[in-house]
Ligand binder design. Structure first.
Ligand SMILES: Cc1cc2nc3c(=O)[nH]c(=O)nc-3n(C[C@H](O)[C@H](O)[C@H](O)COP(=O)(O)O)c2cc1C
Length: 161
């Protein structure tokens, strides 16, 4: 059922003494405006999570429409995912910020809650930005999709909250 709920995809990445670590994540979401908090859900079996937790910080890079291949590469456990992947240190925490995304948030981990076989990780945004107006990567029913603007009455812009 939840595969029918389309989402964007982010790479959650951190840097520890061994280098960069990260994974593809569709559960990245806003949580609070004041203070500015985001969250993501991570499986307890994740190999990256212990390294992200040790770093105490992460950068979420929202992937662009052309980055489906990159997303698949970051959905493989334990591989050297950063080989050949352009990234720069995020401004506050130094976590890896991937090139080619549409937006990013540089975060410090504020809380970790249990949620069944996943963990709910809350991060406080220390810096953020958008990078151009390119199309986002959309994940829906196990596939990457193109985002198309609806046509006709009722299409127009919408304001959240
Ligand atoms: C589009 C997409 C979205 C994903 N979203 C999540 C997610 O929100 N949380 C999660 O724990 N794994 C998610 N995964 C799976 C992880 O990326 C995958 O388990 C990966 O192997 C974890 O890598 P690691 O073991 O090196 O941490 C997603 C995979 C894909 C392809």
């Amino acid at each position: 059922m939840l595969g029918n709920f389309p989402s964007g995809v982010a790479v959650i990445a951190a840097r520890d003494e061994e280098g960069p670590a990260g994974f593809a994540c569709q559960s990245f979401s806003s949580l609070s405006l004041d203070p500015p908090l985001v969250l993501f859900l991570v499986g307890r079996a994740s190999a990256s999570w212990p390294r992200i937790a040790r770093a105490g910080a992460f950068c979420a890079t929202v992937l662009g429409g052309e980055q489906g291949g990159l997303c698949r590469a970051f959905a493989v456990s334990g591989a050297d995912k950063f080989a050949g992947v352009a990234h720069t240190p995020a401004p506050v925490t130094g976590s890896p910020l991937l090139a080619g995304g549409t937006a990013w948030a540089d975060c410090v981990i504020r809380a970790v809650h249990t949620g069944g076989d996943h963990l709910i990780v809350v991060g406080r945004i220390e810096a953020l930005g958008t990078t151009g107006d390119g199309e986002p990567l959309v994940f829906h029913r196990g596939r990457f999709r193109e985002l198309r603007a609806p046509e006709g009455p009722g299409s127009g812009s919408a304001r959240a909250g």
